[in-house]
Design a protein around this ligand. Structure first.
Ligand SMILES: [Zn+2]
Ligand SMILES: [Zn+2]
Length: 405
């Protein structure tokens, strides 16, 4: 007996012929998108220094925009367009706005809706037991809670009421951070803080301003951000496994396992291959297919980003400090970083930048530093203690004016 999907061999044949191409293009488009996000997020990091990732990042963020701008100016429409693009850019990224946050939330709930309508009705099945609903629900609740906490919590805003307490949390290492004033807030800048132009304030132990959270990530909310990333990683990989299991289950439900179909030119029955049966299901349930392919791209990207964030947390620095350490590496290569005595009465040595023109006038005995590994990161307390510090940060006085919207 011949069993064809939907008892329609001609329809099935069309999929075998056409689907590999559309799936190829869909996968290629998602692959390009994934690579684009990967390069933009991880391009500036030290681990990709002098690699194709860094070169792609420079090409995307500097070479290509410059080339486009020059071309537009040559056409005579550059000025007006550049002004408008600058205003749109400023509105989108220059200050806090909920556009990306709303987009993230809508996409997240659309993904959940796709999962609960397309995959959930087939759980439990021969690959997934009923008890797995417990970890599925727990992971989702934890993920949404961490995201909400990261969005609404105070990242560590520094204002007049808490600036002195904030300055006592970390010492200035006089390599990355100096006792100085923020030119915008007109107040002392605590060590490891950064002024965020979007939030219009200085943030303690600033990591970065996250457009998807519409909030800064800093001393007080990095733990919620890490919790969100870790659980989102689980959501993506677990979702990928569950969606894949449902696709395999549907092969059985729809009678596609070892199902022969008619190959109409030959008129002889051939057995439906695994690939063809999956492609047939993809066409039959496009939403499930989109969810599966999206998770396939998203899961490794989120995995790499989460691993990167956990790694820098364990090493005792922030994304903001990562780029500062890059500058130190450049300064060492330029031969302007020296080990000098902390003070006249101290025997402790600290690394300091002494510019070439200042070197002849500086009387202090000094030793040139030639490797980044010879420079101590003063804020590194050891992997476990760094992690504990981020999970349980010192919660000093909260600013009187809570994080302004
Ligand atoms: Zn500031
Ligand atoms: Zn910010």
């Amino acid at each position: 007996m011949l069993i064809a999907p939907e008892s329609n061999p001609t329809k099935a044949l069309t999929y075998f012929l056409l689907w590999p191409f559309s799936v190829f293009w869909a996968l290629a488009a998602l692959g390009v998108f994934g690579a684009w996000v990967f390069v933009l997020v991880l391009g500036p990091n030290r681990m990709f220094r002098d690699t194709v990732v860094e070169r792609a990042y420079v090409a995307l963020t500097e070479t290509l925009p410059c080339y486009l701008e020059r071309s537009l100016r040559r056409c005579g429409i550059g000025e007006a367009l550049a002004g408008r693009a600058e205003r749109v850019w400023g509105a989108l990224f220059g200050r806090r706005n909920p556009l990306f946050q709303i987009t993230a939330v809508v996409l997240y709930w659309a993904g959940l809706a796709a999962f609960f309508t397309q995959a959930a009705p087939f759980i439990p099945n021969r690959y997934v037991s009923a008890w797995q609903w417990l970890p599925i629900c727990a992971t989702l609740v934890a993920n949404i809670s961490f995201y909400t906490a990261a969005c609404v919590s105070d990242p560590g805003v520094v204002d007049a009421t808490n600036v002195e307490a904030a300055c006592r949390v970390f010492d200035y290492d006089r390599l990355l951070f100096f006792d100085s004033q923020c030119r915008t807030c007109l107040q002392r800048k605590p060590a490891r803080s950064k002024h965020c132009s979007a939030c219009q304030c200085c943030v303690q132990m600033a990591d970065h301003h996250c457009i998807w959270l519409n909030n800064c990530v800093g001393l007080r909310n990095t733990r919620w951000f890490l919790g969100f990333l870790a659980t989102f990683c689980v959501v993506c990989f677990y979702g990928l496994y569950l969606t894949g299991a449902v696709i395999l289950e549907l092969r059985h439900v729809r009678g596609l396992v070892d199902a022969p179909v008619i190959w109409d030119e030959m008129g002889e029955p051939i057995v439906l291959s695994f690939k063809s049966s999956v492609l047939y299901l993809f066409d039959d349930r496009p939403l499930l297919a989109v969810l599966f392919v999206l998770l396939l791209v998203l899961a490794p990207a989120i995995g790499i980003f989460t691993a990167y964030q956990l790694r820098i947390t364990m090493l005792g620095y922030t994304s903001n400090e990562e780029s500062k350490w890059l500058n130190v590496a450049d300064a060492i290569a330029d031969g302007v970083v020296f080990a000098v005595r902390e003070s006249d009465h101290s025997t402790r040595e600290i690394a300091q930048v002494i510019e070439k023109e200042d070197q002849p006038a500086d009387p202090r005995p000094r030793r040139q530093i030639t490797h980044l590994r010879d420079v101590q990161n003063m804020y590194n307390r050891g992997p476990w203690d760094n992690f504990k510090f981020v999970l349980f940060p010192p919660l000093g006085p909260v600013p009187r004016k809570p994080h302004a919207a």
